[in-house]
Ligand binder design. Structure first.
Ligand SMILES: *[C@@H]1O[C@H](CO)[C@@H](O)[C@H](O)[C@H]1NC(C)=O
Ligand SMILES: *[C@@H]1O[C@H](CO)[C@@H](O)[C@H](O)[C@H]1NC(C)=O
Length: 750
């Protein structure tokens, strides 16, 4: 036994020595072959060219190559460098790229083979980055590049190894130069924190906005094989490019979006346009991805009290990661359902074609399989676990979702098709108690920056006998939302109005809701950015506004904080004609709440803020109150001592706090009482318009003034609306005097 084992060990030993020496011999042979290749190519070039570099380093070779990829001098230098460093993958890739461009395919093949051996088929990240900046910003993410005067970053970055300087007004001394930074792993997030005396600039210029800067990060990465289906991710920037191929960036670090590009083998420079405040964070990643991916939906609607609302839409983002082929989504099925009546998912479009690189939300309408019942799905109101299967032209993928079931008395999320065809969601709470009419008014509350709609809805609570009571007495509570920096203007405002219509039609269609929602009677409310939203919506939809509560609301973004500075510091201030600037300002004029205050005549307003609020200073609320009083609007102003931007308890614990305390509830009661006497609208041609029962019968004798800057947004004041302007986006006013009102009634178009 012993002997046998020993003999086996010797055999194994000899075997390894044999392999080892074979490897060594083979390796030697390979090395000789590499040297042969280099010697042959060197000999061919040395006759006609000289390498101009005194020192052959990674840097000097790269620098030369960036300036001129095709000259014999460059090739000669790289060959000489490789002669001494024949394991340097980047030099092999540079050489291969040059040979490829000179149509020397055999040599190119050989070089890329060596590069692949040393570094793999592609490099998953950029190891050596170079940064130039900081420069002052252009106005938007896309315009105004200081380096454009020098042929743009594509040109300028080729000279990055020279210690060239550029003028920048942010830098002490007035110049900036290229700096190098290393990335050590694919996971690393790069930080760029330029040496600038920000404190000095902020205090001397009196502006936080000056801390916004732009600059460029560039670096090379290498693809050593053809036909790789690679995808890319640029985190922290709106866009980036690889050579001349522009890619979609991921500004908000969502971390799940990849963008495919069909790139042949070669060396590519990545251009990252940075734009940030003080410190920039970014990451560029390369990955091999499947043909497509089903991504996590960013929201899901709730089953309510065991029922499935008619507008139960799911928005499932699907990402096509093929660089040159469309993806077709054909069908969706439910393969497992944990509980309740069987559900039937239907794609709302038959042709979900997703373009190469596109992430498209696939809209699925979920309904009960049997149409007979009244959409009651479950008696128990437990969460539903569902497994779906999405079928596409590239095969299928399964994914799981859990739908919550929310009970009456608490908030629930519903989804709807928005004005732009996207699926959006909102939170709602049924009215507390009854209301005086068949349909209840809607208390439409707009959230502040980053507050989710359910949190906004749930902040309308108070403690009653040791238990929280949610919602508004006699009114539907509606808290819409929309992703992005809309400030409840433009698309954000339209989403709020779409949510209102959706709530109204949903409650109309489903008798299992105890009461309907009346989208023509709205109390607009909101806090912070939502306080601005409440000003904005009520001034543009005055005829459906029964009351207005603006809490800690600012007036216009350009004059609040310093995140939307208009023509200040940015490079366009030195180039833009005043008339162009005027057009740009006119385009956002509709968002200036203060210019529209007269539209609120006849509406009771509550404006409130904590005296210690420094997120939104009381200055802004006081200004609105001054203007409202000048316009003879019934406004109550309250500046609460010792309170700041948000609080839960105003006078005592759990009394409703910032958005729902006694003062606010009292105001809502007052609005409820007065609005129940309001009758319906008067539509053109309607019989009721001539009678005394229309909505405007109690018009006060004083004249009212309608202000419109953009006729495309909003509905009328006292039934009157501006439909077109002679000069677009100028302030248009219509003065209505009581005696003329009936004369022109019901339709009076300008
Ligand atoms: C390209 O950049 C270099 C270095 O900054 C500069 O000297 C040259 O003038 C630029 N070329 C053009 C066309 O602007
Ligand atoms: C003004 O609004 C308050 C509620 O804040 C209300 O009590 C009062 O009756 C209103 N005045 C008029 C004239 O409508």
């Amino acid at each position: 036994m012993q002997f046998l084992n020993c003999r086996r060990a010797i055999v194994v030993h000899i075997f390894f020595i044999y392999i080892f020496s074979l490897n060594a011999i083979y390796g030697k042979k390979k090395e000789a072959e590499v040297l042969d290749f280099l010697a042959k190519e060197l000999k061919a070039l040395e006759a006609s060219a000289d390498c101009p570099l005194k020192q052959l380093t990674k840097h000097s070779v790269r620098s030369l190559w960036l300036k001129d990829q095709l000259s014999d001098e460059t090739l000669l230098c790289i060959l000489k460098f490789l002669d001494a460093n024949n394991k340097d993958d980047s030099a092999w890739s540079l050489l291969g790229t040059s040979f490829e461009k000179k149509n020397l395919k055999q040599q190119a093949d050989y070089c890329f083979k060596q590069a692949t051996k040393a570094a793999g088929k592609y490099t998953p990240f950029v190891k050596d980055w170079w940064f130039i900046g900081p420069f002052v910003i252009g106005k938007t993410e896309f315009d105004g590049d200081v380096l454009a005067a020098y042929g743009g970053i594509q040109n300028v970055s080729r000279y990055r190894y020279h210690s060239e300087t550029f003028v920048s007004e942010l830098s002490s001394g007035g110049t900036v130069k290229w700096t190098e930074l290393k990335q050590s792993s694919a996971q690393e997030l790069l930080k760029i924190n330029p040496k600038v005396d920000w404190n000095d600039l902020v205090s001397s210029l009196g502006s936080m906005g000056i801390t916004e800067w732009q600059g460029w990060a560039v670096g090379e990465f290498f693809i050593n094989e053809n036909d790789l289906q690679l995808s890319f991710q640029c985190l922290g920037v709106a866009k980036c490019s690889i050579g001349n191929t522009m890619l979609v960036g991921d500004l908000y670090h969502r971390n799940q979006f990849w963008f495919p590009a069909a790139l042949s083998r070669g060396v590519y420079t990545v251009f990252i346009p940075l734009r940030t405040k003080v410190v920039a964070n970014f990451k560029f990643s390369v990955n091999k991805m499947p043909a497509f991916q089903v991504l996590e939906p960013s929201f899901l609607p709730d089953v309510y009290n065991g029922y499935l609302p008619i507008n139960f839409y799911l928005s499932i983002p699907v990402s096509n990661l093929m660089a040159d082929k469309w993806l077709k989504v054909t069908k969706i099925k439910i393969t497992t359902q944990s509980d309740g009546q069987p559900l039937d998912p239907v794609l709302i479009s038959n042709d979900y074609e997703i373009a190469p690189g596109q992430v498209r939300p696939v809209v699925v309408h979920l309904k009960p399989e049997s149409v007979s019942d009244a959409r009651k799905i479950t008696d128990s109101c437990r969460d539903l676990n569902l497994e779906f299967k999405l079928l596409t032209s590239e095969g299928s993928q399964s994914f799981k979702l859990t739908l919550r079931c929310r009970h009456k008395g608490s908030s629930f999320l519903f989804s709807f098709i928005d004005h732009d065809g996207s699926v959006q969601h909102a939170a709602a709470v049924e009215p507390l108690g009854a209301c005086n009419n068949e349909a209840c008014p809607v208390f439409l509350t707009l959230h502040g920056t980053t507050v989710p709609p359910q949190n906004q809805a749930d902040s309308y609570k108070k403690m009653v006998n040791g238990e929280y009571q949610f919602g508004i007495k006699g009114m539907w509570l509606l808290a819409p939302t929309r992703h992005g920096a809309h400030n409840w203007e433009g698309p954000g405002a339209m989403t709020a109005i779409s949510a209102l219509q959706a709530l109204s039609s949903m409650t109309l269609a489903s008798e299992w809701f105890s009461v309907r929602a009346d989208s023509d009677k709205v109390l607009f409310a909101g806090h912070s950015m939502g306080g601005h939203g409440a000003w904005h919506l009520a001034t543009h939809f005055p005829d459906r506004t029964i009351g207005l509560i603006s809490l800690a609301g600012w007036i216009k973004k350009e004059e609040y904080g310093e995140s939307n500075l208009f023509f200040r510091h940015d490079i366009s201030t030195s180039h833009t004609d005043a008339s162009v600037k005027a057009i740009m300002e006119a385009c956002i004029g509709e968002n200036d709440a203060d210019k529209h205050v007269t539209n609120l005549k006849g509406i009771s307003v509550l404006a409130r803020i904590g005296a210690e609020d420094r997120t939104v200073h009381p200055f802004f609320v006081r200004r609105m109150v001054r203007l409202l009083k000048e316009a003879r609007v019934n406004v109550t102003y309250s500046e609460l001592p010792n309170l700041a931007h948000w609080w839960w308890d105003t006078k005592e614990a759990n009394d409703g706090g910032c958005v729902n305390d006694a003062q606010i509830r009292q105001f809502i009661d007052h609005i409820s009482a007065t609005s129940s006497q309001l009758d319906n609208y008067c539509s053109a041609g309607s019989q009721e318009c001539g009678t005394s029962s229309n909505r405007y019968k109690s018009l006060q004798p004083e004249p009212v003034t309608l202000v419109t800057i953009n006729p495309a947004f909003g509905d009328g004041l006292k039934g009157i609306a501006v439909l077109q302007q002679i000069i677009p986006l100028r302030i248009s006013t219509v003065q209505v005097h009581n005696k003329f009102l009936f004369f022109f009634y019901p339709a009076f178009f300008f």
